[in-house]
Design a protein around this ligand. Structure first.
Ligand SMILES: O=C(O)[C@H](O)COP(=O)(O)O
Length: 229
């Protein structure tokens, strides 16, 4: 039996301010930092150790991984970063207060944008300062890979190649793996692993900095999953 631990980053400044984040590189809040340390302490108390870590290109996840590993005295393990684990690209909603969005577009529409896997938030244009093509860290992405908006299905499409090539391969080498990512990149991954329907995934909410453990058999099929708290 093998285990993999998935963690959503600790609370960010944008989470605290109730703003859509997406690929905006919001830092951890003070509370987010404490949550990350607490997640590490929980893993330590439960006897977890890891051989490899995977996270996104965004500092709220990178720092959460760092503080979790620090609690475990595991700062030395290799951590691979990929843009594919980034949060869903939230288009023109990025940076907007969620209550302001509701006032502007209505609660039903905003909820669809947030949770319906096939709904696209309004797109940005390529001359928008938030377009990732302006950011050095995304310079190797192709035009097709640079998002203007993204629905959850597309998030899943770009998360899965990294899941299959990097993360599953590490597990096949019997490595103990920890993944720190984002509410929606993890929702898309859990949708895939648990074979959730579109309807079921709308109900899935992932708390910040709470280790989610999958137990897998030798064929890497899921046996069960649970939160460590
Ligand atoms: O990108 C964001 O705003 C959050 O990380 C997730 O937001 P959501 O819960 O509205 O999808």
């Amino acid at each position: 039996m093998q285990k993999i631990v998935l963690i959503r980053h600790g609370e960010s400044i944008f989470n605290l301010e109730n703003r859509f984040t997406g690929w905006e590189d919001a830092d951890l809040s003070e509370n987010g930092y404490l949550q990350a340390k607490r997640a590490g302490a929980i893993l330590k108390k439960n006897g977890y150790n890891f051989d490899a870590g995977f996270t996104s290109y965004l500092k709220r996840s990178i720092k959460t991984m760092h503080f979790v590993l620090e609690e475990l005295d595991h700062l030395w393990i290799p951590v691979e970063k990929s843009w594919r684990l980034n949060e869903r690209f939230y288009g023109d909603l990025q940076g907007m207060n969620k209550d302001d969005a509701i006032a502007k577009y209505g609660a039903e529409q905003v909820q669809k944008w947030r949770r319906d896997p096939n709904e696209y938030p309004p797109a940005i244009t390529r001359d928008d300062p938030r377009f990732p093509g302006h950011d050095l860290r995304y310079q190797d992405l192709t035009d097709r890979e640079l998002p203007l908006t993204e629905n959850l299905s597309e998030t899943m499409d770009r998360v899965l190649p990294f899941w299959n090539e990097a993360i599953v391969n590490a597990m096949r080498r019997n490595q103990k793996v920890i993944v720190v990512a984002h509410g929606n990149s993890l929702r898309s991954l859990i949708k895939y692993i648990d074979c959730l329907t579109d309807e079921q995934v709308t109900q899935l909410e992932i708390p910040t900095a709470t280790p989610w453990v999958y137990e897998l058999d030798h064929g890497l099929n899921q046996i069960r999953h649970y939160y460590l708290d």
